[in-house]
Design a protein around this ligand. Sequence first.
Ligand SMILES: NC(=O)C1=CN([C@@H]2O[C@H](COP(=O)(O)OP(=O)(O)OC[C@H]3O[C@@H](n4cnc5c(N)ncnc54)[C@H](O)[C@@H]3O)[C@@H](O)[C@H]2O)C=CC1
Ligand SMILES: O=C(O)[C@@H]1CCC=N1
Length: 273
Amino acid sequence: MAADMLANTRVGFIGAGQMAEAIARGLDKAGVVPANKMCASDVNVGRMKVFESLGTSVCSSNTKLAETSNVLILAVKPQVAEKVVTDMKPSLSKDHLLVSIAAGIPISKLQDWAGEARIVRVMPNVACMVGETAAGMSLGKTATPADSDLVTTMFESVGKIHVVDEKLLNAVTGVSGSGPAYIFMAIEALADGGVAAGLTRDVAMSLAAQTVLGSAKMVLETKKHPGELKDMVTSPAGTTIAGIRELEDRGFRSALINAVVAGAKRGEEMSKY
Ligand SMILES: NC(=O)C1=CN([C@@H]2O[C@H](COP(=O)(O)OP(=O)(O)OC[C@H]3O[C@@H](n4cnc5c(N)ncnc54)[C@H](O)[C@@H]3O)[C@@H](O)[C@H]2O)C=CC1
Ligand SMILES: O=C(O)[C@@H]1CCC=N1
């Protein structure tokens, strides 16, 4: 069903920033929505040029975008979302599916601003760019099962997506929306440690990134608890337990837990603007 629907889908990006680009590249690469069936509008001409270079068309305004696209991805910063969507309201109808990726903005507000358009809220992450996003989604009241299938198909082409209660989308933001930033910091720090211990920067970075990739793969593929996998690495009186003692001493796990909770809390604050 979703494949038939995709044939009639024209995706328009409201805001052609880095997330829009990551999703557009991913959809095109996966062959789910070819670049020539996507369109983008942005106030920044430079960003429109980037989209043109991908083979997508560009629109001179968000209103024009609504005339040419039936699936609109709201990819502007949350702070400008209200103005952007309310300005578009006269051009939106029940034939539009508005997929918002804006952090914190609740479906109820989006629905008020967008009038009759059906709403789906998605929280992806930047790894759309490499086909490995981790996303959560919630449906608005008038969104249909076909809309759910369509959005699922689109985001599964660039990673994994889970349907969650809307009240949990800020938690998704805390774990996987913001999570890549924490992992990038961890990779940078692991590589710094390698350099401090004598490796070249290139080798240290490659080892650190590949270590994160391999560890994530083991969690996903073995389905074993990460604690059990950690124990597999940790030899009695060995090197790993020496490192783990340092991490525990400095509140490593607690710091990550608090980072996720702080991100989720910030999402809740943003929903109240
Ligand atoms: N960056 C990330 O890793 C993630 C971001 N998000 C959400 O995605 C959304 C976009 O974030 P980014 O791509 O990082 O931001 P960005 O700043 O790269 O992109 C936003 C784009 O919107 C454009 N824009 C501003 N006003 C506009 C208007 N009136 N009409 C059309 N375009 C306009 C800007 O020129 C910019 O190119 C945000 O709402 C954010 O909460 C969600 C998940 C992850
Ligand atoms: O920092 C932010 O607000 C956005 C949402 C998730 C990742 N970046």
